[in-house]
Design a protein around this ligand. Structure first.
Ligand code: ZN
Length: 294
């Protein structure tokens, strides 16, 4: 049991954590991010949770150096040994959720290959280009990698108005893992071939809603192993996070108006609907966001 949330996601204290696919780059000075160039090629490749693909975010110019004293250099491989560690430490919690996601998807998808996850602060270099934290959590297909600055979760509460809580973190990681599954199964490629890319029924939105649905199927199945425990209050945190990063909510906040034609991730209602579809069915096959109206 941790401080901060009355009703935390709880991990089996004795379960061993596997840190082999997590790279902890927090507190390290990333490679200098060059200004300009190289950004446009990544459009359509990066799958970011919140803001879609903004080439400017990836070509540099953002904050690249970690701020002194904000996050000391840490290494999850040293610190995260058991489920009890995951209950106490944010980085270890990410490890534990990753472990659960890998176990679930290994049983749900043929020819499964696990994703890699990197924690970073400030900026990082990826197979999709240089990224600053401003892009939010994202998945980069060439790396088969999920990139995450834990500072985003604070932003999810303060800027985007989500309830917060540790299940919101689980939802975000599970959504990115969903993009990895789409990459493995060829859904991402299928989406790129659709004519209509943006808008509430566009390819990008369909892809994002499927990732939300996959987050729901993980949540439905995760507790079976006995490794992680959560309840309806926790799931409500996930739904709150899904709504907070809906395109309509973000546009209202940032521009004061809503422009559905430019949507890339779907509305708050769409995102909640598809997370719920995954959660209620527990079946990835129910996440058929490429047919009909989503
Ligand atoms: Zn996404």
């Amino acid at each position: 049991m941790r401080k901060g949330y009355a009703d935390p996601v709880d991990f089996d204290d004795n379960a061993r954590l596997d840190t082999s696919r997590i790279s902890d780059q927090r507190g390290r000075r990333g490679p200098g991010l060059a200004l300009g160039g190289g950004g446009l090629g990544i459009v359509g490749v990066i799958l970011a949770l919140v803001l879609g693909v903004d080439p400017g975010t990836f070509t540099g110019g953002g904050t690249t150096a970690p701020q002194d004293g904000v996050e000391s250099t840490s290494d999850v491989a040293q610190r995260c040994r058991t489920g009890a560690d995951a209950d106490q430490d944010e980085g270890c919690r990410i490890v534990a959720i990753e472990n659960s996601l890998k176990t679930y998807w290994a049983s749900a998808v043929r020819d499964f290959q696990p994703a890699r996850t990197q924690l970073f602060t400030g900026g990082t270099s990826t197979g999709c280009g240089q990224a600053s934290s401003a892009v939010g959590p994202f998945y980069c297909p060439p790396d088969q990698g999920i990139f995450l600055d834990l500072g985003f979760f604070e932003e999810l509460r303060t800027t985007y108005g989500a309830k917060g809580g540790d299940f919101a973190q689980a939802y975000v990681l599970a959504h990115e893992y969903g993009h990895h599954i789409q990459n493995l199964t060829g859904q991402s490629e299928r989406a790129r071939q659709l004519r209509e890319q943006t808008g509430p029924q566009g390819a990008s939105t369909r892809l994002e809603l499927q990732a939300d649905c996959y987050a729901g199927t993980w949540a439905a199945n995760a507790q079976r192993e006995g490794f992680v425990t959560f309840d309806d209050t926790d799931v409500a945190e996930g739904l709150s996070a899904a709504a907070a990063v809906g395109d309509d909510r973000i546009q209202e906040k940032s521009a004061g108006r809503v422009d559905p034609e430019s949507w890339t991730h779907g509305s708050a209602a769409q995102r909640q609907k598809w997370f719920t579809t995954g959660y209620k069915s527990g079946k990835p096959s129910a996440c058929n966001t490429f047919s009909g109206t989503v």
